[in-house]
Design a protein. Structure first.
Length: 229
C-alpha cells in the first residue's frame, strides 16, 4: 500500500469512528430525553383524540346524585385538563348550557351526537357519572369521596362510538379521593377534590403519563353495566 493510500485509509477509519461516536451520542441523548419526559414506567394513552372541535359532555344520565356533587363542576374541570394537556380543541361549555336551556324538554330526547352537532363539535367525549358518594363517619370531622363514571368518544356525524371498541357503555373509571380531616367545610372540599381528581384520571386516558406512588386516584372498573344514552 502506498503512503497516499495509507493516509486515505486512516482518514476513512477516523471519520467512521467519529460518525459512530456521534450516532451513539445522539441515541443516548434521545433515550435520556424520552426517559426524562415520560419515565421508565410511562402509561400509554388508551386513545389519541384527533385535533378537531371536541365537546366535553358530563352528565348523570338516569342516576340521581343526592350529595350535592355537580356534574357541571366536573365538566369544567375536564375542559381545563384538556386545555392544559393540549388534548383537543374544546367547545365552550356555555354553549352546552345554552342548548340545554333553549331546547327545553326536547333536550332530554336528543342523542349525544345531535347535541354535539348542535354546538359545533366533530367529536364528543361523553362522561356518564354512575356514582358520586361522600363518606363522613358520624361524630368525625373527616370525609372522603368516590366517583364512578363511564367514558366514551363519539363521532358527532355518524353517532359511532370511536372508543372504546366493543364497550357500548364506555370505559369504566373509579376515582377515590383523599381524606379531608379537621375541616368545618370538609364536604365542599371533598366535592372539589372529586371533580379535579376525576378530571385528571379521565384526561390520562388520552395521553401518556407516568404514575406517582402517592396518587390516590386510579383507573378501575365500575361494577355492573349501567343504562346510558
Amino acid at each position: 500500500m502506498t503512503a497516499r493510500n495509507v493516509r486515505i485509509a486512516s482518514r476513512f477509519v477516523g471519520l467512521s469512528a467519529l460518525l459512530a461516536l456521534t450516532l451513539n451520542s445522539g441515541c443516548q441523548l434521545l433515550s435520556a430525553v424520552l426517559f426524562k419526559t415520560k419515565g421508565a414506567n410511562a402509561v400509554p394513552a388508551q386513545y389519541t383524540l384527533p385535533k378537531q372541535p371536541t365537546l366535553v359532555f358530563v352528565e348523570s344520565y338516569n342516576h340521581v346524585l343526592s350529595n350535592g356533587f355537580d356534574p357541571e363542576q366536573l365538566n369544567y374541570a375536564l375542559v381545563k385538563t384538556f386545555k392544559e394537556n393540549d388534548l383537543a380543541p374544546t367547545i365552550d361549555p356555555q354553549k352546552l348550557e345554552k342548548l340545554r336551556d333553549t331546547a327545553g324538554d326536547a333536550y332530554r330526547n336528543m342523542t349525544i351526537a345531535s347535541i354535539g352537532r348542535n354546538v359545533g363539535a366533530k367529536q364528543i367525549v361523553y362522561v356518564n357519572i354512575t356514582r358520586a358518594e361522600i363518606d363522613r363517619p358520624s361524630g368525625g370531622g373527616a370525609a372522603h369521596g368516590i366517583v364512578g363514571a363511564q367514558v366514551k368518544v363519539i363521532d358527532a356525524s355518524t353517532a359511532e362510538t370511536l372508543w372504546p371498541s366493543g364497550a357500548d357503555m364506555g370505559q369504566p373509571v373509579v376515582v377515590p379521593t383523599e381524606w379531608v380531616r379537621d375541616s368545618n367545610d370538609a364536604e365542599n372540599k371533598v366535592r372539589s377534590d372529586m371533580a379535579v381528581m376525576t378530571a385528571d384520571t379521565i384526561g390520562k386516558l388520552f395521553y401518556a403519563w407516568t404514575p406517582k406512588n402517592d396518587s390516590p386516584g386510579a383507573r378501575g372498573e365500575e361494577g355492573a353495566p349501567q343504562e346510558a344514552r
